[in-house]
Ligand binder design. Structure first.
Ligand code: UD1
Length: 376
């Protein structure tokens, strides 16, 4: 066992989904005296409602380093994170870097750490959509191959990693840290009464989120999704918190007037964690292209229609409440109206999505502490 205070860990966050995952990990680390946990925020997301509000809602400590990289092309964003993160590692010389998820910051920091021979832990390893047109698929695959600890959320992720030749002793099925956060904050979220604040009845609306480049950067696909909404809206209101990427595409494609003309469609700014969790809990169903929301709806037992052709989270389909409907107008409408008519999967909870995943991760790190340049 390592000595007290002797395990220095740099944890990395960059974008909105990362904050939800790091919160329980930092909390679990805070309970272990041998661990000194630092937090780096790359600044990939910087708007109040994409970043700050999550720190407030989830009581995440102030970052020790804010890299302020902001937006840009993939190469610009990744390169800026790498340049700034290298300085942090040079200064801090940690024993381990923890990265979560699959955003550009995840890969950029894993790459810097690996080159400096600092061991890397990847939380949410092994997910694969087998679709390399998704930037996240590239980020997660490369991050996995740079990592020394691969913490997975489900057995299928272990199988993906083994198939890619990653050695079994690096892989730890830990469960889902995002569900740790969900279970912890469910009661507080419920008290938010987001539906009431929007003048809606609980169960009297669906929720929509869209931000994947494959959906919102392509005017034809975006328009097809709007066509399907047009068919559903006469039966049910839809609340659509609009991601900044989608907001700018709507203006760019001249879709403002069409969207404003859709009666029963309620647009709003991106919501904070608690308000959005409450909105999902109160909804009839959720339509989304997000990865995390497929998991959160499964954990809540709320039906989810995924507006993508594939998912890197098949357990939400096989065990949970998720149905992959793609972006075909008729399919979306049929599935949504089916849900209104009482169809819809009951769904079960995937193994180890029990609110204790972060504790298991920290236990592994404590009992198998990293060594410099571990596996290289
Ligand atoms: C990123 C992640 C994606 C994740 C999503 C959650 C990558 C490759 N993608 O996508 O996996 O699901 O975050 O939101 O890392 N913008 C703002 N304010 C912000 C952040 C972004 O206005 O706080 C705008 C900028 O114009 C930017 C655009 O949104 O160009 C896209 O942001 P970016 O971080 O590049 O990717 P996301 O689409 O958010």
């Amino acid at each position: 066992m390592v000595e007290r205070g002797s395990l220095k860990i740099v944890n990395v966050v960059g974008g909105r989904p990362n904050f939800v995952k790091i919160a329980p990990i930092l909390e679990a680390m805070a309970g272990v005296p041998v661990i000194t946990a630092l937090l780096v925020h790359t600044g990939q997301h910087y708007d109040h409602e994409m970043s700050r509000i999550f720190f407030e809602d989830l009581k995440i400590p102030e970052p020790d380093f804010f890299l302020g990289v902001g937006s840009g092309t993939h190469a610009q964003q990744t390169a800026r994170v790498m340049l700034e993160f290298e300085k942090v590692l040079d200064q801090e010389r940690p024993d381990l870097v923890v990265v979560v998820g699959d955003v550009n910051s995840t890969l950029a920091c894993a790459l810097v750490a690996a080159k400096l021979l600092v061991p890397v832990a990847h939380v949410e390893a092994g997910l694969r959509s087998f679709d390399r047109t998704m930037p996240e698929e590239i980020n997660r695959t490369l991050t996995d191959h740079l990592s020394d600890y691969l913490f997975t959320t489900s057995e299928d992720a272990n199988e993906n990693l083994l198939r890619e030749g990653i050695s079994a002793d690096k892989i730890h099925l830990a469960g889902n840290v995002m569900i740790d956060t969900l279970r912890k904050y469910e009661p507080l979220a419920r008290a938010r009464k987001t539906a009431e604040a929007l003048g809606l009845e609980p169960r009297g609306f669906a929720v929509l989120t869209l931000h994947r480049p494959s959906n919102v950067d392509d005017p034809k696909t975006f328009a097809l999704i709007l066509d399907s909404l047009e068919e559903i809206l006469p039966r049910l209101a839809i609340v659509f918190p609009v991601h900044p990427r989608s907001r700018s595409r709507i203006s760019e494609f001249g879709l403002d007037a069409r969207i404003e003309g859709l009666r029963n469609l309620r647009l709003c700014a991106p919501l904070g964690y608690l308000a959005f969790l409450c909105l999902m809990m109160e909804s009839r169903f959720v339509m989304t292209d997000s990865g995390g929301i497929q998991e959160e709806t499964t954990a809540l037992g709320i039906p989810c229609l995924t507006l993508r052709e594939n998912t890197e989270r098949p357990i939400t389909v096989h065990v949970g409440t998720n149905v992959i409907v793609g972006t075909n107008r008729d399919r979306i409408v049929t599935e949504a109206l089916g849900l209104l008519n009482g169809a819809g999967k009951q769904g079960n909870m995937p193994p180890l999505w029990d609110g204790q995943a972060a504790g298991r991760i920290v236990e592994v790190l404590r009992h198998h502490p990293p060594a410099k340049g571990m596996s290289r």
